[in-house]
Write a protein that binds this ligand. Sequence first.
Ligand code: XMP
Length: 327
Amino acid sequence: MADIRPESMERITTEALAQAFIEEQVAELKVQIGDKKVLLALSGGVDSSVVAALLIRAIGKQLVCVHVNHGLLRKGEPEQVIEVFQKQMHANLIYVDAVDRFLNKLAGVSDPEKKRKIIGAEFIRVFEEEARKQDNIAFLAQGTIYPDILESKGVKAHHNVGGLPDDLQFELVEPVKFLYKDEVRVVGKALGLPDQMVYRQPFPGPGLGVRCVGAITRDRLEALREADAIVREEIGKLPEVPWQYFCAIPDFQSTGIKYVDGKGERYMGWAVIIRAVNTVDAVTATVPEIPFSVLCRIRDRIVENVNGVNRVCWDISSKPVATIEWE
Ligand code: XMP
């Protein structure tokens, strides 16, 4: 089939349309796959999660999901993937704890593009190793969506790290390749995926790696993860939630003061930067107003609970001239 969305295809905006799409896809996937096995890299993002849920419905345990924890995921993400897919949907899920592998490879690397390449290449390597452990895989499922086809000829991640080697070139299964993001969400909801997954804000493939500025260290990465969870919780409660909101943590320290037995002592700590943006297409972005009381609550929770952080800043830069991410 040509990679062009059929003109007759109705926009999926309702639960009923989503259910019709699901039924049709499940029937097609059953015929296409037969009794063979399908491999899927399941990040927990909207697209791969919807593909997983569709395939679980169509072929059950013939789907082999691989969830790679590269150590750069947000707080609670690997646990949620296991909870939803293994415990609730009874998927055939392989969880790969590759945290040490990634963090060791990244140690001392401060150049943002090198960091992205290392993360992308290591991801392919880990996935390849898992693929080689499996017998009878005939298909590779991918969460390609229509904008990926329109914008980058079907290439999903935008780091230039190549793909799986020639002997692991499986036939592709891309059941949501003609859907726009909003349609993928409607289908995800109809498949019973939790709102947290379906309405997840965009999150870069290299994850917290591009927000832990400079060379990543485990303690600073942990501080970022904890601070980010607080920012997401507090800003997520606003009546109008920004398009994307998160934390970055630069690789320098500034002076702080703490009181030990009533005596002030100076020490060096990290600054956490709150970032929140509104945008339509991520090409330009503006900064929404956030009530000062919310910012103060975030500050208090971070400095009281996150080890090593003594300062909280709010990034009010639009794009351009700043990018959304800090690296
Ligand atoms: P920037 O920082 O370029 O980000 O203004 C625009 C949007 O793209 C996301 N982003 C990435 N996504 N891999 C990804 O999959 C990346 O390396 C990457 N860098 C930025 C960013 O979160 C924002 O939504």
